[in-house]
Design a binder for this molecule. Sequence first.
Ligand code: SF4
Length: 375
Amino acid sequence: MFTLPLSKLIDDQRLVLLADKVDRSQRLSFEDGLLLYETPDLTGLGVLADRARTKLHGKKTYFVQSRRMSYTNICCTRCQFCAFHASPGDQRGYVINAEDVIAELKKPQNQRICELHMVGGHHPKLKIDYFENLFRAIKGHFPYIHLKVFTMVEIDFYARSSKISVEEFLARCIAAGLESCPGGGAEIFDPDIRRQICAGKKDAEVWLDAARACHKKGIPTNCTMLYGHLENACHKVDHLLRLRQLQDESLALGHPGFLAYVPLAYQTEDNELNRAHKIPKTTGAQDLREIAVARLLLDNIPHIKAYWVMITPGLAQIALSYGADDLDGTVIEEEIAHLAGAKTPQGLTIEYLHRLVTEAGFEAIERDHLYRDRC
Ligand code: SF4
């Protein structure tokens, strides 16, 4: 596969030893994870991650035509890192209704979307019936649009506020049209860091239990980690290995599990966390390392996303050589990252995504929600 021996492509010889594990599909340990974060040899790390990516996907690189929408920005949880939420009573607050969504989806720019990705704040007054009505109305008008809704913490929050179990909440949402979950809200599982960045959010177990419940109901999800704030390498390896462990569990039971992992770069503008800690934006090297480490540690999660909205399309293109095989998609009208300072465009065309992939030497595949070729 390579013209030069690995020892010439990788400077840090400790990584060459890990290459042997990767080639034999042997699982990397916690200590290996720390080494991946610690090595100064970023290009060597990329070679290793690309090796793992190629074994799984060859040159295939996926993207989807998707529309973002947030059903409400009103949130009583008030995470310190978040620039999106409005407190109840705030004039900036909104809740969308089914008519608004349908009118929006009828617009010409949304004609070819196959996936509607919705997340929102923790609105103290919304209950299960709001979501049932919303989903039924959307699916009634657009049965071909895949409904991908809720972070894991929203599922827990709205089940509790509706005074029903997570299982019942999911069963009713699925009956109304829910088909998968974007799976965000994991932030970082370490409790001390969690207290500093999202004190109002429930702990890691709540997130993992909600993901487990989705998988059990046959709902595939994604999983995420927010990096580039107060965390260190131990916190990140711990987070990734907890995701890997749950994926083992779900797959062993024949459940769909996590389809993709999405590392989310902390956006620094207009949020309490940055006002308190003055955290610099993540660098390209940091972003590429997160992609590469994830590809190597998460051996049981099929896809690793380079989320161009947060790291820029150019860097996402480079990330394809550092283990990523998914560029997310057109992502029309993203709100959450842009309010926190992301300077990327409001959507990319399908032609541009094609170009990003093919110019980098990969094979562009427009996918559906299950990574099936849509063309
Ligand atoms: S991240 Fe989500 S839960 Fe936290 S404040 Fe923002 S909208 Fe609310």
